[in-house]
Design a protein around this ligand. Structure first.
Ligand code: PBG
Length: 320
């Protein structure tokens, strides 16, 4: 007897029967960039097909995403004013706060997630507040993030996703949210967020590149996987409802290790540089469009429950 693996690959029907996993739009999250100043709206050169929206544009986009069956958006704000303390981030009428309210009013069924970080709001571009020596001050940053999170919660956000990588922020956020009665607001922690070159296009989109230095004193070092598992364990202990691996493609082994070690819902962020890379190769005719499907299913196969990707809308359009 010879084992013939090819028998069940012979027709589309047979292949479908033995397919081990599939991407569905039920697990997709579309990131949305929302600008405070209308002049900042428009296409993002390094991310073809992705734009910065005005508040009204973001609400229209949210409606369209919901109609396509995408369950969630992840909001990033691009404020009019930046300062050293990132104060516009905590403005109860800031751009993210207003967008949360508007989307929840227009499309209440759509889950609204808000990225929680300071880099879009500080003039120095770091994710935290700086001390006198110019280093990122962990605990001062957390105090500010807590203030911001409470404004998001009072606007009706469903999920807050801290992406700053400060130590202890999940616990601080959870206790502050609970103390203020926001027990239903979930926390999706960017637990294993690496200091990556793949965030380049995002920083162009959000105008959030650090003026000086880099993010290596708070984001993770690429070669480390055991450290990622410790970060996840800490965030789960501190009360994270779900945790994230970011970026996705170069870190699929981290995703798999996390899946094997934890039962919490796992998210992966297919970041801006991964989007740009595929779009550029496809635009040049160097790759076929189905390379996108191959990448997205790798996240599901790798163990992700939630796939945050700039391809969410276009994938749902192609597959509906
Ligand atoms: C904010 C934040 C970043 C991304 C998500 N949240 C940028 C960064 O850390 O520099 C990157 C997302 C992407 O590249 O798509 N800190």
């Amino acid at each position: 007897m010879q084992v013939r693996m090819r028998r069940l690959r012979r027709t589309p029907a047979l292949r479908s029967l033995v397919r081990e996993c599939a991407l569905t739009k039920d697990h997709l999250v579309q990131p949305l960039f929302v600008v405070e100043r209308a002049a900042d709206a428009g296409p993002i050169a390094s991310m073809p097909g992705i734009a910065r929206f005005t508040l009204a544009g973001a609400v229209d986009e949210a409606r369209a995403l919901h109609a396509l069956g995408i369950p969630a958006v992840l909001l990033f704000g691009i404020p009019e004013r930046k300062d050293a303390a990132g104060s516009s981030n905590a403005d109860p009428d800031g751009i993210v706060q207003r967008t949360i309210r508007a989307i929840k009013a227009a499309v209440p069924e759509l889950a609204v997630m808000a990225d929680l970080c300071n880099c879009e709001y500080t003039d120095h571009g770091h994710c935290g507040l700086l001390d006198e020596a110019g280093a990122v001050d962990n605990d001062a940053t957390i105090a500010h993030l807590v203030r911001v999170a409470l404004t998001y919660a009072s606007c009706g956000v469903d999920v807050i996703a801290p992406s700053d990588m400060m130590d202890g922020r999940v616990e601080a956020l959870r206790s502050a949210l609970d103390a203020h009665g926001f027990t239903g607001v979930a926390l999706l922690a960017y637990s294993a967020k690496y200091a990556s070159a793949f965030y380049g296009p995002f920083r162009e989109a959000a105008g959030s590149a650090p003026r000086s230095g880099d993010r290596r004193s708070y984001q993770m070092d690429a070669p480390n996987v055991r450290e990622a598992l410790r970060e996840i364990a800490l965030d789960v202990e501190e009360g994270a409802d779900a945790v994230m691996i970011k970026p996705g493609l170069a870190y699929l082994d981290v995703l798999r290790a996390a899946r094997d070690a934890f039962d919490v819902p796992l998210a992966v962020y297919n970041v801006s540089g991964e989007y740009a890379m595929l779009k550029a190769a496809i635009a040049n005719g160097w790759l076929e469009e189905r390379a996108i499907d191959e990448v997205l299913v790798a996240f599901v196969r790798g163990g992700a429950d939630i796939v945050i990707t700039y391809f969410a809308r276009s994938w749902a359009e192609r597959n509906s």
